[in-house]
Design a protein around this ligand. Structure first.
Ligand code: NAI
Length: 339
């Protein structure tokens, strides 16, 4: 993504740029929580994406500075900052994609579920505004706990009569990004060639990398597979501990969020074979929401792909994650229904 963007923006030939902006349709992307640890680098990366024509940056604190700063970058999109709740409607209107990294991150010793109390309320009110101002937008949910915030968003949209299951995504791309990096290191293969599906949810044991399906193939021992699985599941905690109280993953998350939003944009624009893992409404298991490979298209989810063959170890992991994932989903649903 970055290389192609940089190549484009530094190209001496103006025809390259003209082609880019003429060929790609107008697309508005809104980022809610744009001035935060994730929001800032994500705003930068979305500003570098030539598929974006308008970039709306919304936060309850610090937006003007971030918007002014990002707006000076000489790429296609027009940037506007929105700083207060009364500007949220304007920020959202006409959006094709809304990315939500608003909320509090973890500190050492916290689980993603510990964030529920604060982030559930934030996500609920932002989704109410989305239902009102841009009910057709694709929603990329980053705010944790994703296993609950996605069901919260679905319940809000249902209550407003605008729910379209093809348009709601829990962003689990960082788990895929981590699995690819860790696998490439262990298997000694080129990281740029690596693919690893990650299924389930986005917290602890609910994160299940399918290393038996990783490509390029490598002969890893059972111990290696276990260690890679655990490191992928604990990747977020690794960063939380290294940051020692200063938050959770922001830079790698911004990268992952930008990769996922780019895939959504490509799908909307009709590009063929755009497949990413995401936590979506699903019938792949008995759980109502589940992360798996998803084909993206002009209306969001075009097809939720099956899990493919699992190893015995992965099958056990799948059975073991269901109870926790189920209760996180139910917690999100109950939060909206009781409020
Ligand atoms: P941060 O605290 O640095 O930034 C959050 C931003 O949200 C702040 O700028 C804050 O002003 C803003 N905000 C709070 N309430 C808001 C509201 N009602 N409307 C708009 N903006 C609001 O936190 P950080 O590190 O950026 O993390 C954000 C969220 O992303 C956390 O919930 C974190 O757990 C989650 N996360 C998700 C990951 C994933 O893989 N899905 C990975 C890493 C973090």
């Amino acid at each position: 993504l970055l290389t192609s963007v940089l190549r484009r923006s530094t190209a001496a030939s103006t025809s390259v740029r003209a082609f880019t902006s003429e060929a790609a349709p107008e697309r508005k992307v809104a980022i809610l929580g744009a001035a935060g640890g994730i929001g800032q680098p994500l705003s930068l990366l979305m500003k570098l994406n030539p598929l974006v024509s308008r970039l709306a940056l919304y936060d309850i604190a610090g937006t003007p500075g971030v918007a002014a700063d990002v707006s000076h970058i000489n790429t296609r999109s027009e940037v506007k900052g929105y700083a207060a709740e009364e500007q949220l409607g304007e920020a959202l209107e006409g959006s094709d994609i809304v990315i939500i990294p608003a909320g509090v991150p973890r500190k050492p010793g916290m689980t993603r579920d510990d964030l529920f109390k604060i982030n559930a309320g934030i996500v609920k009110s932002l989704c109410e505004a989305i239902a009102k101002y841009c009910p057709n937008a694709l929603v990329n949910m980053i705010s944790n706990p994703v296993n609950s915030t996605v069901p919260i968003a679905a319940e809000v949209f249902k209550s407003k009569g605008v729910y379209d299951e093809r348009k709601l995504f829990g962003v689990t791309t960082l788990d895929v990004v981590r699995a690819k990096t860790f696998y490439a290191g262990k298997a000694k293969v080129n990281v740029a060639d690596v693919n690893v599906p990650v299924i389930g949810g986005h917290a602890g044991i609910t994160i299940l990398p399918l290393l038996s399906q990783a490509t390029p193939k490598a002969n890893l021992s059972d111990e290696d597979i276990k260690a890679l699985t655990k490191r992928t599941q604990d990747g977020g905690t690794e960063v939380v501990e290294a940051k020692a109280g200063k938050g959770s993953a922001t830079l790698s998350m911004a990268y992952a969020g930008a990769v996922f939003a780019d895939a959504c944009l490509k799908g909307l624009n009709g590009a063929p074979d755009v497949v990413e893992c995401s936590f979506v409404q699903s019938t792949v298991t008995e759980l109502p929401f589940f992360a798996s490979k998803v084909r993206l298209g002009k209306n969001g989810v075009e097809e939720v792909l099956g899990l493919g063959p699992l190893s015995d170890y992965e099958q056990q992991g799948l059975e073991a994650l269901k109870a926790e994932l189920k209760s996180s989903i139910e917690k999100g649903v109950a939060f909206v229904r009781s409020s």
